[in-house]
Design a protein around this ligand. Sequence first.
Ligand SMILES: Nc1ncnc2c1ncn2[C@@H]1O[C@H](COP(=O)(O)OP(=O)(O)O)[C@@H](O)[C@H]1O
Ligand SMILES: CC(C)(COP(=O)(O)O)[C@@H](O)C(=O)NCCC(=O)O
Ligand SMILES: [K+]
Length: 243
Amino acid sequence: MILTVDVGNTRIKAAVFEGGTALEVFVFDKNELEKKITTILNKFPICSDLVVSSVGKIEKEAFLSFENLVKVHFFTHEDIFPFHNKYATPKTLGIDRMILAAGATLQFPKQNRLVIDAGTCITYDFIDENDNYLGGAISPGLRLRYEALHNFTARLPLLELEMPDSYVGNSTSQAIHSGVVNGFVYEIDGFIDEYKANFSNFIIILTGGDAEFLAKRLKNTIFANSNFLLESLDQTFQYKNRQ
Ligand SMILES: Nc1ncnc2c1ncn2[C@@H]1O[C@H](COP(=O)(O)OP(=O)(O)O)[C@@H](O)[C@H]1O
Ligand SMILES: CC(C)(COP(=O)(O)O)[C@@H](O)C(=O)NCCC(=O)O
Ligand SMILES: [K+]
């Protein structure tokens, strides 16, 4: 039994896995890390390993206090991944993107794969059928768009996510909702169309905090798997142990 932990820029997600199945998923804030991990390990005392990927401000040191309970594995660029990394700056590639690419490679062998992670940022990662990781894109996520409009202007309010009535926003708030929500959906459909035009066959994996919201609104039919990064951590850890 292993505990996987994904430290993103907004929240921490964790799951206990046994034989490839998530038994329970937890979502919490950075300042609750120590308390939550302790609670989880008390609930699942037969956990042998704690497997982490972090792109947030939390480093390996934050997990060292658990070393008397479990083996701690903090993924880094030095680990072995099941794809050929063609990124021009492999050392600066987000470790979350590497785990997503590894999960896609292991779970969907020998095909083109596009992973879209709609979290703090939207990340796009493409791994071709020969297991070459080619790169993708990074753009602001849904919440970040609302916050950026407010933080970098004098007159735009900070709004909570709401479905716009129309693409023609007829008030300041409707114009913001249209720009943020429709812009977010159009961008992702636009990228998918671009990949479709260039690759006859590929699978799309949609994940991240906004995946469920997004899946219902895309023109392209895609199922959301909010736990894909946690599943990929489990699979990449099993892969590493087979090497
Ligand atoms: N309770 C919540 N707190 C923060 N963000 C949330 C929450 N529920 C949904 N979201 C959405 O999730 C997105 C962040 O996704 P998440 O996967 O948590 O990010 P990260 O992996 O970067 O930490 C935000 O754009 C926001 O719209
Ligand atoms: C792009 C990211 C900020 C996404 O983080 P997230 O939205 O998952 O919190 C992260 O993958 C990162 O810090 N990447 C480094 C740059 C790169 O991947 O090229
Ligand atoms: K992301």
